[in-house]
Write a protein that binds this ligand. Structure first.
Ligand SMILES: Cc1cn([C@H]2C[C@H](O)[C@@H](COP(=O)(O)OP(=O)(O)OP(=O)(O)O)O2)c(=O)[nH]c1=O
Length: 194
């Protein structure tokens, strides 16, 4: 059975739609196009929250529904790694994450009767050492291309991740615990499963 949407999702990410569906939130999808350039010296936390808010506000202009925007950034030694543009960039990113810990920051913002509410979740990801042959094979899989930091913890790259401290769903693109709290505060019903 399909449900009427209770939330507008201002995102092109199928992962965010699937994560919201997993907690029983039916969405209307409205991808928005905003400038994702970090400001000079902008801390990663400020960056992901700013983008989440901008995406949510841009989406909210297109619908009467409460609207969610989100942004995920991979941060290594304070530097934000975006999505790799090509094989060389993807390999360089993963090489720089190999055998060490980095952070994934996800900002989420929801518009609604309470105004714009936002949260940011930081997760530490510990990767084992990655071999050169694995880098080539991983790029060939097609998985890294549209992912921040050039990997997907929910996909083939799971074999590189020893453990995490924080939120798995946040690394995939949306921290479900914090998102549920924001949705509740905006009066959006959860668990619409029947
Ligand atoms: C680190 C990591 C990122 N990602 C994804 C989450 C995000 O979709 C993407 C980061 O890019 P974002 O700019 O956060 O999102 P997006 O471009 O996919 O979608 P939109 O801006 O329209 O909302 O990387 C994974 O799927 N798995 C991972 O392990």
């Amino acid at each position: 059975m399909t449900h009427d949407p209770v939330l507008c999702l201002a995102s092109a990410s199928p992962r965010r739609r699937d994560l919201l569906a997993s907690i029983g939130v039916a969405v209307e999808v409205r991808p928005v196009d905003i400038d994702e350039t970090p400001r000079p010296e902008e801390p990663a936390r400020d960056y992901v929250v700013r983008l989440a808010r901008e995406k949510a506000l841009a989406g909210a202009r297109l619908t009467p529904l409460p609207t969610l925007g989100s942004d995920t950034a991979v941060v290594r030694d304070g530097e934000i790694l975006g999505k790799p543009a090509n094989r060389e960039q993807a390999a360089a990113m993963l090489r720089s994450l190999s055998g060490r810990c980095h952070e994934v920051l996800t900002g989420v913002a929801v518009t609604g009767p309470a105004g714009v509410l936002a949260a940011c979740v930081t997760t530490r990801v510990f990767m084992r050492e990655i071999q050169e042959a694995e880098l080539a094979a991983y790029w060939a899989s097609g998985e890294p291309a549209d992912k921040a930091g050039g990997y997907a913890i929910q996909g083939l790259a799971a074999v590189f991740v020893e453990h995490i401290e924080g939120s798995h769903s946040a690394v995939v693109g949306l921290p479900l615990f914090e998102t549920a709290d924001l949705l509740a505060r905006q009066g959006v019903p959860l668990w619409n499963l029947a």
